[in-house]
Structure formats: structure tokens, C-alpha cells
Design a protein around this ligand. Structure first.
Ligand code: PMP
Length: 455
């Protein structure tokens, strides 16, 4: 596509190396410039309005342009624009946010460690777990189990837990000590005749077999998102978490709940761990922690984890880990105000109510010839597309239907994402039933358009 020389689009292509983008395709494309946003809607540089059906990157929980967060940032920036937490130094936003997170955690947690992104947080968790194993005198206990379809970030260690081949290929990843077990994707992975409970039992048995074959004393931790997000909004089958936790408990394997997507109301309760009765030793929070107004992430550790690490740091003379921007006072102040907005406006309740409304309507697409499954919980859902009813699509590559649907939806003024061929839906927690109606209407239009083109 020929762009006007020196236009904003052309300058983007000239200077900007994009994340998660095919660089050569990008050079031949016209990038979508998002210019401003309000509530659940964003506007491109031509003034076209889109419903942000993914809340940015699963993250803008309170919607865009929330003045309380803007004011909190401005106030804190004027008062203390930077502060850190190295060598016992601290500041009020860090103290207040750490206390708040421990108080709202769904299980007893001991301390909060601050980082800047979900990836950094998960990398830090792996380091904490290894540090703890060494401190316990169990240096062989280093293996970490993650699941198929997992997403835990892109840094060397967190990206090694992530299950997608494009996150590993040509990066010399994964690192050692990462083990993989099956995902809870019932619709895709269940065997004929298997019930959800049977499937959950099979997954738990596979996990136990993996632990036994590797040697239980070599296994340090299991990482799981309560609902797999980027893997396609995979909600766990009935009894899954109960059975998985029973196996982890039997072999004293730490459980890390990656709540980066699920935290702060997404699943209709404050945390995904509440929705699924998960009792993690470590919780990882980011995204909706600050509604992504500023980068921040937080790791909550229980006493079992903290006390051993604290002793070891005392033996060594420091816990030799931390980031310049970790516990950034402006990001922490924004996160505190963001949580206050979520509580004051009962956005968790709104996610449950509007989520139910939205999912009820999405379920009407279950019988659509292009749809394999509709699934979700709270205000996160997926419409999984499949091509088996369309011989003309037999040669399609995986992901082709998803990206086509996304492109058509953008034309219709709705931004979603596709996890391969699962259209993922994760709007701000503030959306109304009218917004949900619009989303459903546009998805319906696009499904019908694609089905008629393929017929
Ligand atoms: N964990 C989960 C569950 C995620 O969805 C993501 C990001 N999508 C991450 C970790 C990584 O977060 P970040 O992009 O901030 O590094």
C-alpha cells in the first residue's frame, strides 16, 4: 500500500520496530494509529470510533480517560516523582499499595514485591522459587511446570513458561528446567465420551505422572492462569483446579497463580483464584492492577515462601534483585486509585452482571456453522471459530479465520484479538448492556459475512 511520504503512518514504518508484528508485513501495511480514547471506546487518527473489546491488552479495567486516575498520577508526580525501595528506602504509595493488596488477597499472603510488567514479575517469581530451593538445601528442586497454551510473558524465563512456538523460535528458548503439562482445553482436547470431570481427572493424573517421572524432589512449582487468557480464554473444566491442587499438595509443589489477566474483577470475582477456589502460594498481578495507565506489577508471596527467602537474604546480606522502576510511586498511586474506583463503582459486580448478559447472547452463536465453541466467565469470553463446515476453507492455515474475523470487526468498529482462531473478548469492566449488544451485533454480522463468503 502506497503511503503519503512523511505521513504519520510512513514515519511509523520508517522508525518504529513493533512488538508482536511481522516486520516485513508491517513495512507493506498501513498501521492503525489510535489517537485518543474515552470509556470503552478508542478513536483512530481519522476520527473513526471503535469499541475496545480487549480493553487494550486485557488491561484497561476502569475504561479510558478516568479522571480519578489522571489526577492521582498528577498529584503523585508533583509530590514525589520518583522513589525506590532498595536498601530499606520506601514511600507512601508503596506502603499503601502493598498493604491494600495483602488485605484484598483471597488467601493469606505475607508480602508484596513490585515489578513493572507481567513478564518481569514471572521472571522474578522463578528467581524467588530457585532462591528458596537453595535456601532449603534442595538445590535440585528447580523444575517448573507450565501448561500447554500458557502465557506468562516473554522475558527469558517467563517466556520459557509461555507455551507458544513463536515465543521460542529463533530466541534459543525455552531455558532448562521448564516442564510442560496438558492444558485444560476441554473442547479441543477431550476424548470422545469424556465428561468434564473425567477430563480434569486425566489432566491431574498426567500431572502426577510427570512429577513422578521427573522425581518429586526436583519439582519446585506449577504456574497456572486461573483462566488461560492469551491461550484462547480457556475456562477450566469442572473439578479441574481441585484435582490439580490435590496433586501439587501431595508432592509439596508451590502453586503460582498468574492473575495478570484474571485479577481485579475479570472473572466476576475480585480474583480468578476466588472464582475457582485456588489457594496459591504466590500470586502475580499486573494489567488491571493499574488499568495499564502506567506499567506496574506485583508479586504476593505467602509466609511459606517469604520466610525462607528472608532468612537466605540475611545469610547473603541482601536479596540481590530489584528494578529501578519497581514500586514506582506514580504507578503505585495510580494502582491504589484504580482499585478504589473498582471498589467504589462495584466494577466486579458489573463484570459479573454484564458478563452474564454478554455471554448469554454470545451463546446464541454456538450453533453458527463457523463457531465451534463459545466459552467464558465473568467479562472474558471467546468465540472459537472452526472451518469444518466449509470445504472452501479446507486449505486455510490455523489462525486465518481468526485474523479475517478481526479485520472485518475492525471495519465494523470493534477491536478484538484472535488466539489462533478463537476470537477473544475482554472489554473494560465498565461496559454497559448497550455496549455488549453492540459487540454481539457486530460479531454476528461478521460471522454471517464470513460464512456467506465461504459458502
Ligand atoms: N501473564 C499473563 C497471564 C499475561 O496475559 C501476560 C500478558 N498478556 C503476561 C503474564 C505478561 O505481561 P507483560 O506483557 O506485562 O509482560
Amino acid at each position: 500500500m502506497a503511503l503519503i511520504p512523511n505521513s504519520d503512518e510512513a514515519r511509523d514504518i520508517a522508525y518504529h520496530f513493533h512488538a508482536y508484528t511481522d516486520a516485513r508485513d508491517h513495512e507493506a501495511s498501513a498501521p492503525l494509529i489510535i489517537d485518543r480514547a474515552e470509556g470503552a471506546y478508542v478513536y483512530d487518527s481519522n476520527g473513526k470510533r471503535y469499541l475496545e473489546g480487549m480493553a487494550g491488552l486485557w488491561s484497561v479495567a476502569v475504561g479510558f480517560g478516568e479522571k480519578r486516575l489522571v489526577d492521582a498520577a498528577a498529584r503523585q508526580m508533583q509530590r514525589l516523582s520518583f522513589g525506590h525501595n532498595f536498601t530499606s528506602r520506601t514511600h507512601m504509595p508503596a506502603i499503601d499499595l502493598a498493604e491494600k493488596l495483602v488485605k484484598i488477597a483471597p488467601v493469606p499472603m505475607s508480602k508484596v514485591f513490585f515489578t513493572n510488567s507481567g513478564s518481569e514479575a514471572n521472571d522474578t517469581v522463578i528467581k524467588m522459587i530457585w532462591y528458596r530451593s537453595n535456601a532449603l538445601g534442595q538445590p535440585q528442586r528447580k523444575k517448573i511446570i507450565a501448561r500447554e497454551r500458557a502465557y506468562h510473558g516473554v522475558t527469558l524465563a517467563s517466556g520459557s513458561l509461555t507455551a507458544f512456538s513463536h515465543n521460542h523460535a529463533s530466541f534459543d528458548m525455552p531455558i532448562a528446567n521448564v516442564l510442560r503439562t496438558g492444558s485444560p482445553h476441554f473442547w479441543r482436547d477431550a476424548e470422545a465420551g469424556e465428561t468434564e470431570e473425567d477430563f480434569a481427572t486425566r489432566r491431574a493424573n498426567e500431572l502426577e505422572q510427570l512429577i513422578l517421572s521427573e522425581g518429586p524432589d526436583s519439582i519446585a512449582a506449577f504456574f497456572g492462569e486461573p483462566v488461560l487468557g492469551a491461550g484462547g480464554v480457556v475456562t477450566p473444566p469442572r473439578t479441574y483446579w481441585e484435582k490439580i491442587q490435590a496433586v501439587l499438595g501431595k508432592y509439596d509443589v508451590l502453586l503460582v497463580a498468574d492473575e495478570v489477566v484474571c485479577g481485579f474483577g475479570r472473572t466476576g470475582k475480585m480474583f480468578g483464584s476466588e472464582t475457582y477456589d485456588i489457594k496459591p502460594d504466590i500470586m502475580v498481578l499486573s494489567k488491571a492492577l493499574s488499568s495499564s495507565y502506567l506499567p506496574i506489577s506485583a508479586i504476593l508471596v505467602n509466609d511459606k515462601v517469604y520466610q525462607t527467602i528472608a532468612d537466605e537474604s540475611h545469610r547473603i546480606g541482601t536479596f540481590g534483585h530489584g528494578f529501578t522502576g519497581g514500586a514506582h510511586p506514580v504507578a503505585a498511586a495510580v494502582a491504589l486509585e484504580n482499585i478504589a474506583v473498582i471498589e467504589d463503582r462495584d466494577l466486579v459486580g458489573n463484570a459479573a452482571r454484564v458478563g452474564q448478559y454478554l455471554r448469554d447472547r454470545l451463546h446464541r452463536f454456538s450453533d453458527h456453522p463457523l463457531v465451534g465453541e463459545v466459552r467464558g466467565v465473568g467479562l472474558v469470553a471467546a468465540v472459537e471459530l472452526h472451518r469444518k463446515n466449509f470445504p472452501s476453507a479446507a486449505a486455510f492455515k490455523d489462525g486465518q479465520l481468526g485474523s479475517q474475523a478481526n479485520a472485518y470487526l475492525a471495519e465494523e468498529g470493534v477491536l478484538l484479538r484472535a488466539a489462533v482462531d478463537a476470537l477473544t473478548i475482554c472489554p473494560p469492566l465498565t461496559i454497559t448492556t448497550e455496549d455488549a449488544d453492540l459487540l454481539v451485533e457486530k460479531i454476528g454480522l461478521v460471522l454471517d459475512r464470513m460464512a456467506s463468503e465461504l459458502s
